[in-house]
Design a protein around this ligand. Structure first.
Ligand code: PHE
Length: 447
């Protein structure tokens, strides 16, 4: 039985901390750039509102009612076939798997904090070389910063929900909002802002191919931290009289606002000081540092606080990626929190090293299958397959398996007349949409 619970605001900050991560500030801008801007953003926003928000409420409901780790929560709530439904709880393994590469990227960010303090690359070419040198040739630097990330995350998780996770979020999330908000305000004063705005909000539907559509849906899940038990595990420690709908609403709003502000700001800087928007995963690590360089002294300052904000966003998500498995080991296998945190930490640390090796010249050929390396495979299997699958399972579970009266008793007081709309969506729209997405991702059906 758990004793230490989140405070109400602590829960919202922690869940928002989970949601607002590298997905918002690193991934969202570059996939928006890659897939053509406005139309892509529109699909992402529609998915967030129609599917993401509904599934977020369902996932919080399972955790809030189950009050346990993910496996035990499914087991408790299933009226029958408990030993079957408990397997749904293994979606929390996806979080640990995401950490195999997430921790490595957090390490890169640490490296870039130091780089911005010492020497910003002066051109896109130099920035490209700097990044290539680190990611493809330099094992030691990556290993060193991965170790730092491993130690911080493991330490925070070992301190528990209240003393570790809530505390971390209480400090880092407000700072993150201030940094991103401040930099956004500055970008408003630049001429290129209107161009950036147009790029993100003026849809050119001809650019929306089926791949872009699928990536937008997958990203909506990833960015909201849905489908792998993070939100569920946090919700198990919500105060008893919490309003789930209001909490879900705030998490979705904060996550979306930060993604949009970060996107608008980054594209403004890129248009104003350097390269265009379509630069792929290197956008934040390659184009942006050279744009900061072109900005002069202010750019140096921005570079440092930007990478610090990115590190904060990454760390508050990372703890939520590990926590579900830690909670599972505590509840189901009676590990102490310290032992569970260290064991799970060592798992992602070890596979983090594999991720590093899969990008290095000399070792990558051994860790590449079918044209994609270990990093790409883990990213694909988790974000494109496991998270939508987790979402699908939760919509079926809450929509069909848990008795309606039980769902109603928790959610109707807050959803009021929207309850029926939400329930209908959860039963008919979300699962069908997710099923189609998964089939597509697996390449079974092609549009
Ligand atoms: N939502 C986080 C991000 O946008 C990533 C994440 C996914 C965290 C799933 C927890 C669970 O970076």
């Amino acid at each position: 039985m758990k004793v230490a619970r989140f405070s109400k605001i602590g829960f919202i900050l922690a869940a928002a901390g989970s949601a607002v991560g590298l997905g918002n500030i690193w991934k969202f801008p570059y996939i928006t750039g890659e897939y053509g801007g406005g139309a892509f953003v529109a699909v992402y926003l529609i998915t967030v509102v129609l599917i993401g928000f509904s599934i977020m409420i369902a996932e919080m409901f399972i955790g809030y009612k189950g009050r346990s780790d993910t496996v035990s929560s499914f087991e408790k709530l299933a009226p029958k076939h408990k030993s079957f439904w408990k397997y749904a709880g293994f979606q929390s393994m996806a979080g640990l798997m995401i950490m195999f590469f997430y921790a490595v990227v957090i390490g890169w960010i640490f490296d870039y904090i130091v780089l911005s303090l010492t020497h910003l690359p002066s051109s896109v070419e130099e920035a490209q070389n700097t990044f290539t040198q680190m990611a493809h040739k330099d094992f030691f630097t990556q290993f060193f910063y991965l170790t730092v990330a491993f130690m911080i995350v493991t330490y925070v998780v070992s301190k528990g929900i209240k003393g570790g996770i809530e505390r971390l979020n209480d400090y880092l999330m407000p700072l993150l909002f201030i940094i991103i908000g401040g930099m956004f305000l500055y970008s408003l004063s630049l001429d290129s802002f209107s161009k950036s705005f147009e790029f993100m909000f003026k849809p050119d539907w001809s650019k929306l191919n089926s791949k872009a559509f699928l990536v937008a849906v997958g990203h909506a899940f990833f960015t909201l931290s849905l489908g792998m038990g993070a939100i569920m595990t946090y919700a198990a420690s919500m105060p008893k009289d919490s309003n789930l709908v209001k909490s879900a609403f705030w998490v979705v709003v904060l996550d979306t606002v930060i993604a949009l502000l970060a996107g608008l700001m980054l594209f403004t800087f890129l248009y104003e000081f350097g390269a265009g928007p379509d630069k792929g995963p290197g956008l934040v690590f390659i184009s942006l540092p050279s744009a900061f360089y072109a900005m002069g002294v202010l750019g140096n300052f921005f570079a440092v606080i930007f990478f610090i904000a990115l590190a904060f966003a990454g760390l508050t998500s990372a703890v939520s990626l590990v926590e579900p498995m830690v909670q599972y080991m505590i509840d189901k296998h009676l590990y102490s929190r310290k032992k569970a945190s260290i064991v799970m930490g060592l798992v992602f640390y070890f596979f983090g090293i594999v991720t590093i090796l899969s990008g290095l010249d000399g070792t990558k050929e051994y860790l590449t299958w079918g044209g994609s390396n270990f990093f790409d495979w883990v990213d694909f299997i988790t974000a494109s397959v496991m998270l939508p699958l987790g979402g699908f399972v939760m919509s079926i579970f809450v929509g069909y398996i848990v008795p309606k009266s039980e769902v109603e008793s928790v959610l109707k007081p807050h959803l009021k007349s929207f309850f029926d709309v939400w329930y209908f969506n959860l039963r008919y729209i979300a699962p069908v949409a997710l099923f189609i997405v998964m089939l597509n991702m697996l390449g079974i059906i092609k549009f």
